[in-house]
Design a protein around this ligand. Sequence first.
Ligand code: B12
Length: 316
Amino acid sequence: MATEDDPAVLRIGELARRVAVSQDVLRAWERRYGLLKPARSAAGFRLYTGADEQRVRRMQAHLAGGLAAAEAARAALDEDDRAAAAAAASAGEPALGEPTEDVAVELVGATTGGELRRLAQRLRRALDELDEPAAQQVLDRLLADFTVETALREVIVPYLRELGDRWAAGTTSVATEHFASNLLRTRLASLALGWGQGRGPIAVLACPPGERHDLPLLASGVLLHRNGWRIVYLGADTPVAELAQTVADKHPDTVVLAAVTPDRFNDCVGDLIPLARTAPLRLAGAGATADVAAAIGVTVLAADPVTEARRLTPGR
Ligand code: B12
């Protein structure tokens, strides 16, 4: 925590001079985007650290690279989160999502990696206990302190995978799995409000017939919208003819079809081949194997939703 006596600590005037950004703009970036969270002196003055200065410089670099202010701030904050998580990992902390003792979690809680791990464990416990208010509280905190990208990659996706493993091993109930996936789905859907707005490229997102796992697709939509895309979301179990009609109506810049098993794609490969000739179709999810993609004549988004949302976005 920065204190006024520390010679490395900066007041707002000094920070503004160093980065050549006005004090008003620095305060606006703090208020609007949470880019800075300065400590306060006894007299209430904002106190900044070298890390704050670096974050402002990264935001400026992203602005210079053409990102809108909100996206530039998010990118700068995300880089901070990742650097802190990497530092925590190289300091020997256990992987995120691993169940750990509360005491150990408290000891590393001062670091960003420790904070993420503590939130992951609290989320797991709340969901296991079917405790909706506690789970929402953890998610509130997670989304206030970290970007959606970090929350998804470091906490929510690892949790879902671990939940699936426990379900397959018979060590968690179907009730817990349904409760958890419905709660997370509702929360992700709330981040999707308004994702059809804007002037960006259009993405149509769907799962093939019979596929009900739409959580990663929903997450991808949220991330794509944060990168400037407009989303047309058809979601789970979409008939190919309906998808084709939507493509004809909306003229999307990309169409992503996601499934957990290749069978879902194989079952409709005959309908997907003609669609792939007229639409910018891509496959995603664990079911999007190289074989199935080759049979349809399309490419695969093989990485995680955070990485693929960035790769798909023009100019990123
Ligand atoms: C939640 C859940 C459900 C929920 C889905 C709710 C919803 N609306 O999505 C419900 C209850 C409906 C469900 C049902 C079933 N499920 Co289920 N489910 C899960 C669970 C726990 C989480 C799924 C999830 O969201 N994962 C998070 C994603 C992000 O992780 P991921 O799939 O590993 O994806 C990675 C990449 O592939 C990529 N990716 C994935 N999708 C996309 C999309 C885009 C656009 C991009 C860019 C990237 C990307 O990013 C991820 C990170 O790298 C998984 C466990 C697991 N390991 O995932 C089981 C799991 C997928 N389910 C499984 C099974 C067996 C079923 C059922 C058959 C169970 C049954 N007997 O009824 C049914 C099938 C329903 C159907 N017809 O589709 C198995 C599948 C095994 C297999 N390969 O065949 C799993 C793996 C559980 C297990 N360990 O056995 N399930």
